[in-house]
Design a protein around this ligand. Structure first.
Ligand code: NAD
Length: 279
């Protein structure tokens, strides 16, 4: 019987640990503050921002909300980031993506000081990860490493296959698995025989963005399967990139959707905020 990796429980455990840390920091006179910037009123972004604020409140992190109008100019946004970069009472800065079309996302991400880049998207943060130096790590892949470690699943020496090479999931995921001494292969849309590659995996990370694409014929018997995907199916129910029911009988452990990788992303964002305050 496959182990169901409970992301909800593991993220709750991390949040409790952070709550204790933040209380201890407060007692030492250190306050953790996250600035959250949203431009426009995209419904999904509002939900994500709301969840981040809620998590901050629970852990004891002060959050500053900047809800800017859709027509805010790039210069205004960059000026706000510049101001927040210079403030000693702000530890982390998060700009909710996507931004409206008239704003250059890349320029905005680069404007955030790497010391306050709690999303881990700044090229300096990515570069630091690549060469094994200290820096903020993208929250979803960092959360997956925690899921594996806290479930007692070793990475060292394992064949790890990541499907997907996006900048926020696939690539940092591969680098983190490498840092944990996994033997890492990255598969993507131009990979020739995907099944042949994925069937080598002891640990398979699926970040392909296609509902239920990965069925049992992609899986080696006994593999650990981590499903990053999140979609709504025809019945408006959440599902992942993995066909969960089909894969469950052949794997040794699997993350469900919802309740697997999803809750870990915010937990790791909170972790980065606490780290940004120097804990
Ligand atoms: P993306 O669309 O940027 O990247 C998808 C990757 O899959 C690409 O690199 C592409 O090369 C690869 N790919 C596409 N079709 C393929 C195919 N047929 N065979 C092999 N590879 C193929 O997506 P992303 O931002 O990396 O996100 C992936 C999924 O994870 C999405 O469903 C997204 O919603 C979800 N996601 C979840 C969280 C979370 O917190 N749970 C966070 C980020 C993304």
């Amino acid at each position: 019987m496959a182990k169901i990796i409970d992301g909800k429980a593991i993220s709750a455990q991390i949040k409790e640990e952070l709550k204790e840390k933040v209380a201890a920091m407060k007692a030492d006179g250190i306050e953790v503050t996250l600035a959250v910037i949203q431009v426009g009123k995209d419904a999904a972004s509002s939900v994500y921002v709301g969840n981040k604020k809620k998590a901050c409140a629970y852990i004891g992190i002060r959050s500053l909300a900047y809800e800017l109008e859709e027509d805010t100019s790039q210069e205004e946004l960059l000026a706000l980031i510049e101001d927040l970069n210079g403030r000693n009472d702000v530890n982390g800065i998060l700009v909710q993506l996507p931004l409206p079309g008239h704003i250059d996302e890349d320029k905005v991400v680069r404007a955030i000081s790497p010391r306050k880049d709690v999303d881990g998207f700044h090229p300096q943060s990515v570069g630091a990860l690549c060469i094994g130096q200290k820096g903020f790590v993208s929250c979803t892949p960092a959360g997956i490493i925690q899921l594996l470690k806290r479930s007692g699943i070793g990475i060292e020496g394992k064949e790890c296959v990541v499907i997907g090479r996006s900048n926020i999931v696939g690539k940092p995921m591969a680098l983190l698995l490498l840092r944990e001494n996994g033997t890492v292969t990255v598969a993507h849309s131009r990979t020739k025989d995907l099944k042949e590659v994925t069937k080598r995996a002891d640990i398979l990370i699926v970040a392909v963005g296609k509902p239920k694409m990965i069925t049992r014929d992609y899986i080696k018997e006994g593999a650990v399967v981590i499903d990053v995907g999140i979609h709504r199916n025809e019945g408006n129910k959440l599902c992942g990139d993995v066909d969960y029911e089909d894969v469950l009988p052949v794997c040794s452990a699997i993350t469900p959707v919802p309740g697997g990788v999803g809750p870990m992303t915010i937990a790791m964002l909170m972790n980065n905020c606490v780290e940004s305050a120097g804990c």
